[in-house]
Write a protein that binds this ligand. Structure first.
Ligand SMILES: Nc1nc2c(ncn2[C@@H]2O[C@H](COP(=O)(O)OP(=O)(O)OP(=O)(O)O)[C@@H](O)[C@H]2O)c(=O)[nH]1
Length: 335
């Protein structure tokens, strides 16, 4: 598949939020409903997206073993008895260098400062790193009395006896309201966390219909799924230097969807790498993405990918809108 494959079709784009596959529980008895936002913050690779998907029970945020996979704030919605918990997955917090990095880190802090509860994720086997310490220092400045809980993730990677000392050390570094030891991947400890969140959120009417699981438009989720497949397949720096946009979305009369996406790369040389020999890389990416899209949407998908070189895409405001970031947040001196 080459860059000539996409047509100029500009069919109606699907802006409806993802609303399939949710499991929900109606309010019981005369308990008041509760609802609110729970921000997941932490260093890149801490497992924020994995936890979000585990809590929602569906894959709404992409996960890879590479750092800085999540770019924008992604909301996933979980019901627990009378509580509606809206998780906000944020980009990992690290020292930003590029405009895109600065916008990502600003989105993460924006997510934390708007939240009713903040969860700080750390990796059990890495302990209290400089990066986590910097996050805790900044949280102190955030103040506001928002409950902040510590989530020690990836407990499957360490011995149980190491956890107590780690928990103590972290609680000395910051006055956490609560500490949870979990494995987001395996689900250990997640039920207790869900229960605590449900009772700690403020009394409030639900913020979304009870069967909705994410509030990203389908066309953005579709672009993220393709970006995940590219990230998994490409090596080194290239995944950080590309972006994916859904340009065309057409509902076919047979119930299938025709989706056209553009992969923007920063260099001519990257285009060849993304296409692969005889187009085999982009073809494999397209196939993997289509299979996942079909599973997510529960219907047939025809996916067309095109690769475009846009040297300066990281400095184009329009590209930021498409991935849900604020371009101005990337201005020098703003993060
Ligand atoms: N062993 C183990 N691995 C985990 C666990 N949770 C997440 N991971 C892995 O850690 C890696 C990073 O997970 P993500 O959920 O993408 O991390 P993130 O914090 O969203 O990363 P960024 O998008 O870079 O901010 C992936 O390879 C996950 O499979 C866990 O509980 N145990």
């Amino acid at each position: 598949m080459t860059d000539e494959t996409a047509s100029d079709d500009t069919g109606p784009e699907d802006d409806t939020p993802a609303d399939i596959g949710a499991t929900s529980a109606a309010p019981q008895g005369d308990q008041p409903t509760r609802a609110g936002f729970v921000a997941l913050i932490g260093e890149p690779n801490a497992g924020k997206s994995t936890l979000l998907n585990q809590m929602v029970g569906a894959k709404v945020s992409i996960v890879t073993h590479k750092v800085q996979t999540t770019r924008a704030r992604i909301r996933g919605i979980a019901m627990h008895g009378p509580a509606q918990i809206v998780f906000v997955d944020t980009p990992g917090i690290f020292r930003p260098r590029r405009r895109l990095d600065r916008s990502m880190v600003a989105a993460a802090w924006g997510g934390a400062s708007d939240a009713d509860i903040v969860l700080v994720l750390i990796e059990a086997h890495r302990g209290l790193t400089d990066g986590t310490q910097a996050i805790l220092d900044q949280l102190v400045q955030l103040g506001r009395g928002t409950p902040v809980a510590l989530i020690i993730n990836k407990i499957d990677r360490v011995k149980a006896e190491e956890l107590l000392a780690l928990s103590q050390k972290l609680n000395e570094a910051y006055p956490f309201a609560e500490t949870f030891m979990i494995s987001a991947m395996k689900g250990h400890g997640c039920q207790q966390l869900r229960g605590w969140l449900a009772k700690t959120l403020p009394e409030s009417p639900w913020l979304y219909p009870e069967d909705q699981i994410a509030d990203l438009p389908m066309r953005m989720i579709a672009a993220e799924i393709t970006r995940e497949k590219l990230t998994l397949r490409l090596h080194e720096e290239i995944p950080y230097q590309l972006t994916v946009e859904t340009e065309g979305w057409e509902e076919k009369t047979d119930g299938s969807a025709r989706i056209e996406q553009v992969v923007y790369v920063a260099r001519q040389g990257h285009k060849g790498i993304v296409l692969g020999k005889g187009g085999e890389t982009i073809k494999a990416v397209g196939q993997a993405s289509r299979v996942e899209l079909e599973e997510f949407m529960g219907r047939r998908v025809h996916l067309f990918l095109q690769v475009r070189v846009r040297e300066n895409w990281e400095n184009e405001a329009e590209r930021y809108d498409e991935i849900g970031l604020n371009f101005r947040d990337g201005d020098e001196g703003r993060s």
